[in-house]
Design a binder for this molecule. Sequence first.
Ligand code: SF4
Length: 362
Amino acid sequence: MVQKRRISRVVQIGDIAIGGSNPVAIQTMWDRPINTIDDALVTRINNLKELGCDAIRFGAPRLSDVELLGALAPQLKMPLIVDIHFDYRIALRALDFPIAKLRINPGNIGMERKVFEVATKAKDKGVPIRIGVNGGSLLSSLKDEPNRAKALVQSALDEVEVLERIGFENIVISVKDSNPEYVDEAVRLLAKSCDYPIHLGITEAGTLIPAITQSAFYLGGLLKDGIGDTIRISISDRIEYEVMAARQLLSLLKIDERRMPKLVSCPLCARNSFDTHYFAQKIEERLYGMQGDFTVAVMGCVVNGPGEAGHADLAITGAGNKVFVYRKEERIFSGDAQEAERFFLEQLTLLEEASMHATPRA
Ligand code: SF4
């Protein structure tokens, strides 16, 4: 069971509020440079919203990047966050556009005068700043601190102090490391040390399996203890997986207010007469866009297929040389695999339409 939520200040990121008792927001980060804005780009990003993404972050190493991101922001269905290191002029220019948040490290920006200029403009525009400290870019004065978690938190609080000194408190904080144990310790310490919203993540968490496993174990543990206001599951793979993994985690912890269908699918064995791997993957992303407390089962054979179908709202299962489709417990189709798949997808569309009348997230 999830413990009582740590209640932080509320920070507005475009049209979503984070912190306080607001839902934990899901973020991802675009994984390559943007040289042009076209329909394919806008569509792919907006599809992330359908999967459950609440905000997307872009690195902007060049001044020309923020010009493109400024043009992109109004075309997106979710807040756009700009991530800037070193050159404060890029941050200043980014603030001329309808961006929802800046991620900077004052330590990387350099002289306090430059940080002051960025924070003053962000304050005028109502744009929050995330202080994002990573183990790989700790301030040199803290690199020798033997307690890594303490060093991460101290670094973040030092950065926060720079902003607070100039009256800027519209802040979100993250303390990330590639070692999840340090992240766990640092976030818990940070949660006790301030009341700013905390963004959770393990940086450079690796490929799909280690990234999801570490994030589920460590970030899930923090969320279970009521800590964390936004989350990114960083994966060296498709950004869609980052959103889907975060969604699964929040759903498992029952802290995602968006009701998501449950997919039951068997792993296959020698008895199968229906390829569940192929078919489950084919429908998986569609399910993320659906609202509702229903279950879809994709099963390989009659050993467990009809039994699972009995618990599902819609099910498909191999059955010897036939494939059956069930709605609730009732078998409503029997035929070859191709026809059964087509029939199942039609039924899924009906469920999808019904789900659109379910209450979406506010
Ligand atoms: S449902 Fe059938 S095919 Fe799938 S794992 Fe179980 S026994 Fe094997």
